[in-house]
Design a binder for this molecule. Structure first.
Ligand code: 13P
Length: 287
């Protein structure tokens, strides 16, 4: 059964660890993340971008696949199915489709409009028992067509959004989706500190989890980050494992590649990446 991310994140914030959000793109990806969470007895959040939702034939297909997989694989750890960087319209579609958690990314709107739209979704998600993530200060880089300039969030604006009653808050603190450039100055811990001072117990979300040095991840968790999103690193490990398999020509049987064998190394690579992140974030054994 899918659950809201509220309990797992409140526990993580209180226990000084973070729950990983791993973005999914297909059946193998989903199965790899779910099985790893179960093996490590860790709560987990499956992130679905609007692009990935479209690729997987729509949100209803995704919700049905994930729900059925939880059942068939006998997954008992808490799993939230979360819309990642949702538009206002996309948020409603996912609520309708049976997602258990929504991110409404209103960071590109003027703050007043972000507040109004977030307020509306707080009400609806509250009525339906879903968790809601809001964003202030756009995350840098490009995530599935959503481009952010990487601004640092204003702590007072964060407080205004947190006070609406959202479950968790993504605040830009110099983090970037995708690979970090060599001259990246690092996370803005001064901003994170001020945001946590004004938002109290609110679990904070760190996007762009790929490529942030381990010491910065640990410091961010100590300053109130309770959810960390990882996408690119799974894509890179999946691609590298698949490329290696093809280059080694292991399955050239004259009939072409067996799709199940072709995807198996990538599946194992994602499992390894997810395990490494869950260990780093401290969520192992916290289900
Ligand atoms: P990365 O692709 O940098 O891991 O970021 C993922 C993310 O923040 C999804 O919202």
């Amino acid at each position: 059964m899918l659950v809201s991310a509220k309990d797992m994140l409140n526990k993580a914030k209180a226990g000084h660890y973070a729950v990983g959000q791993f973005n999914i793109n297909n059946l193998e990806w989903t199965k790899a993340v779910l099985l790893t969470a179960q093996e490590l007895n860790s709560p987990v959040i499956l992130g679905v971008s609007e692009g990935a939702g479209k690729y997987m034939c729509g949100y209803k297909t995704v919700a049905s696949m994930v729900t059925a997989m939880i059942d068939e694989l006998k997954i008992t750890v808490p799993v939230a199915l979360h819309l990642d960087h949702g538009s206002y319209e996309g948020s409603f579609k996912c609520i309708e489709a049976g997602f258990s958690s929504i991110m409404f990314d209103g960071s590109h709107y003027p703050i007043e409009e972000n507040i109004e739209k977030t307020r509306e979704l707080v009400k609806i998600c509250g009525e339906k028992g879903l968790s809601l993530e809001a964003e202030v200060g756009s995350i840098g880089g490009e995530e599935d067509g959503v481009v952010g300039a990487g601004e640092v969030a204003d702590p007072n604006e964060c407080k205004s959004i947190a006070d609406l009653g959202v479950t968790m808050l993504a605040a830009g603190i110099g983090n970037i989706h995708g690979k970090y450039p060599a001259n990246w100055p690092g996370l803005r811990f001064d901003a994170l500190d001020s945001i946590q001072a004004l938002t109290g117990d609110m679990p904070l979300v760190l996007h762009g989890g790929t490529g942030i040095p381990e010491d910065m991840i640990k410091k961010a968790i100590s300053l109130g980050v309770a959810k960390i999103n990882v996408n690119t690193e799974c894509q890179l490990s999946f691609a590298a494992a698949t490329r290696k398999y093809i280059e080694e020509g292991k399955d050239l049987s004259g009939k072409g590649f067996d799709p199940r064998k072709l995807l198996a190394p990538g599946f194992e690579a994602i499992k390894a990446t997810v395990k490494e992140k869950m260990e780093l974030f401290g969520s192992v054994g916290k289900a």
